[in-house]
Design a protein around this ligand. Structure first.
Ligand SMILES: [Zn+2]
Ligand SMILES: [Zn+2]
Length: 487
C-alpha cells in the first residue's frame, strides 16, 4: 500500500492535456485520491485548478493499526493552501481529520448542509476525547518502553476552531465557490444531512461537472429520502462499500426486531443492542416507537450513550430533512414515553440494579469502547440476557469475537462467560448494495467520461467495476495517493 505523504504518486492521464498552455483550457483540473481507495475509510479528495485547491471530505482512517497509522502521517498537500472543504456528511471517516487540518493551518470555509454541521460538531468533539484517551493510554506504554510520548491527533481546542469555519448550504441550492467553480448538494439518503456533491467548473464558457457520490443510501427506507438522481456528469466518483453484496430485504427489519424483542422479554433478561450513535440508533428508536404504538413493546428502552442522545436531539430538530411519509407517521419519531435517556455514568450504573426486563441501546457499535462494555460485563454471563447485533462487526473487534461464538471473552481486564443469547439482524444498512449503486449510476442520461470507483475494499470495488463495465461505463479504480488529470 502506498503511504499517504509519500512523495510521488502514480500518475494517470485520462486524456493527454494537449491544450494545457493554450487559451482553450482555462480550467485544468487535477484530482488526488488521498483516502478511501482500496478501503472504506479516510475519505479525502483534493481537486486542484490552476488557481484553487479544494478538498472534498477530510476523513479519519479507521480499522486495523496499519490503516489508522495513516492518521498520523502529514497531509500530502499544504492545508494553508486549501480554500474550501466540501463535506459530504458527518461520519468520522469523512470528517474526522478536520481538526487536524485546522491544526495544520487550514483557514478556508467548510461547506456542509445544516444537519451535517450539527452532527459533525458533536462527532468531532467525541472524536477528540476518544483520541485524547487513547493517546494517554498509549503514552503510558511508550513511557514504559522508553519511547517519547506521542502528541494527540488534535485537541478540543482544534475542534472548537473548526466550528468557526463551518458554513451551511442547503440541498439543491447552487453555491459559488470561485469565478470558475460552483457546487450543489443533493440528498444522498445515507444519514441525516448526507450529500452527493455536484461540482461545476467553467471552462471557456462551457460547464463541466464532477459528481462525488459521497456515501449513498438505500432506496425506500422509512426515514430518509431516496438518493437524488443526477442527470449528467463528465466525471463521477462513486462509493463501493457494498459493491459485492446484495442486502437482505429492508421490509423484514421490523418483523425481525419485533421477534427478538418478544423472545428477549420472555426470557426475562435484558436485551442489549450495541449501536452506532448516528442513524442506526435513531432507526432502532423509530422501529421501537412503532412496536410501542402497536402494543408489542411492553418494557422500557434505555438509550445509554451521551453521543447518541445528542444525535437524537439533532434528528428531532431537523425534521424537514426526513421523508414525507415519516413526518406523516410520527410528528416526533425519535421520542416516545418508554424511551429513557441515560445521560450520566451514575444513571448508567444504576441499570445494573434494574430488576425488570428492558432494552439497553449503547455504544460503541462494535463493542470496542463505550458503555456497552459495562453492560456486557454485567449481563453477558447471564443466560436470560440477549445481545443483539444490528450493525457491521469488523474483524478483531469484541463484537465480532462474540458473534463468531467465543465461549468466554476478555474485557476490561476480566474474563466473562458468554451465556447470553447472541442474535443478529443483518437487514439494517445505510449503504446502497451492488444493485442500488448500479441503478444510481444508470440514471445518468449520458455516460460520463470516466467513473472513478472509490470507498470500498478491493473486492467490492472490482465487483462494481465489472458490473459498470458490462453496462458500458468507462471506469477506473485509483490507488491511494494517486493523482489524475481531468480534461
Ligand atoms: Zn457514511
Ligand atoms: Zn463512508
Amino acid at each position: 500500500m502506498m503511504e499517504i505523504g509519500n512523495a510521488l504518486p502514480v500518475k494517470l492521464e485520462i486524456q493527454k492535456p494537449k491544450y494545457l498552455n493554450s487559451q482553450l483550457v482555462l480550467v485544468f483540473m487535477k484530482l488526488t485520491f488521498n483516502g478511501a481507495v482500496g478501503m472504506v475509510t479516510g475519505s479525502c479528495y483534493l481537486l486542484e485548478t490552476d488557481k484553487d485547491k479544494i478538498l472534498i471530505d477530510c476523513g479519519m482512517f479507521q480499522g486495523a493499526k496499519k490503516i489508522t497509522r495513516l492518521n498520523y502521517e502529514p497531509f500530502n498537500f499544504d492545508p494553508k493552501s486549501i480554500s474550501f472543504l466540501l463535506l459530504t456528511h458527518a461520519h468520522i471517516d469523512h470528517s474526522g481529520l478536520i481538526p487536524k487540518l485546522v491544526k495544520n493551518g487550514f483557514r478556508g470555509k467548510i461547506i456542509a448542509t445544516p444537519p451535517t454541521i450539527d452532527l459533525a460538531k458533536i462527532m468531532l468533539k467525541d472524536s477528540a476525547m476518544v483520541n485524547l484517551n487513547d493517546t494517554e493510554h498509549e503514552n503510558k506504554r511508550r513511557l514504559r518502553e522508553g519511547l517519547p510520548p506521542r502528541e494527540p491527533l488534535y485537541t478540543l481546542e482544534h475542534v472548537k476552531k473548526s466550528y468557526r469555519l463551518f458554513h451551511p448550504v442547503d440541498y439543491d441550492s447552487r453555491y459559488t465557490l470561485t469565478n470558475e467553480l460552483a457546487m450543489t448538494f443533493h440528498d444522498a439518503g445515507h444519514i441525516l444531512g448526507s450529500s452527493i456533491i455536484e461540482l461545476s467548473a467553467k471552462e471557456a464558457g462551457k460547464e463541466h461537472k464532477i459528481v462525488f457520490s459521497g456515501d449513498l443510501g438505500q432506496c425506500d427506507t422509512p426515514l430518509l429520502k431516496n438518493p437524488a438522481i443526477i442527470k449528467n456528469a463528465d466525471f463521477v466518483l462513486v462509493e463501493s462499500t457494498y459493491g459485492n453484496r446484495t442486502h437482505e430485504n429492508t421490509s423484514m427489519r421490523e418483523e425481525l426486531l419485533s421477534n427478538e424483542v418478544k423472545n428477549a422479554f420472555e426470557r426475562g433478561g435484558k436485551l442489549m443492542i450495541p449501536s452506532f450513535a448516528v442513524e442506526r440508533t435513531q432507526e432502532l428508536i423509530y422501529y421501537l416507537h412503532r412496536l410501542d404504538r402497536d402494543g408489542i413493546l411492553k418494557e422500557n428502552v434505555f438509550l445509554d450513550s451521551p453521543l447518541a442522545i445528542e444525535a437524537t436531539e439533532i434528528f428531532n430538530k431537523h425534521m424537514k430533512y426526513f421523508s414525507p411519509q415519516l413526518r406523516k407517521e410520527f410528528p416526533v419519531p425519535f421520542s416516545f414515553r418508554k424511551l429513557k435517556y441515560l445521560r450520566t455514568s451514575i444513571e448508567s450504573k444504576k441499570m445494573n440494579r434494574y430488576a425488570k426486563p428492558c432494552i439497553i441501546i449503547a455504544g460503541s457499535g462494535m463493542c470496542t469502547a463505550g458503555r456497552i462494555r459495562h453492560h456486557l460485563k454485567h449481563h453477558l454471563w447471564d443466560p436470560t440476557s440477549t445481545l443483539l447485533f444490528v450493525g457491521y462487526q469488523a474483524e478483531g473487534t469484541l463484537g465480532r469475537i462474540i458473534l463468531e461464538g467465543a465461549k468466554t471473552v476478555k474485557m476490561m481486564g476480566i474474563k466473562v462467560a458468554v451465556k447470553a443469547k447472541v442474535k443478529r439482524i443483518e437487514s439494517f444498512s445505510s449503504h446502497a448494495d451492488l444493485k442500488g449503486l448500479v441503478r444510481w449510476i444508470g440514471t445518468l442520461e449520458k455516460k460520463p467520461k470516466r467513473v472513478f470507483i472509490v470507498h470500498g475494499e478491493r473486492d467490492s470495488s472490482k465487483k462494481l467495476e465489472v458490473n459498470l463495465k458490462k453496462a458500458g461505463f468507462r471506469t477506473y479504480i485509483p490507488a491511494l495517493g494517486e493523482r489524475v488529470v481531468l480534461k
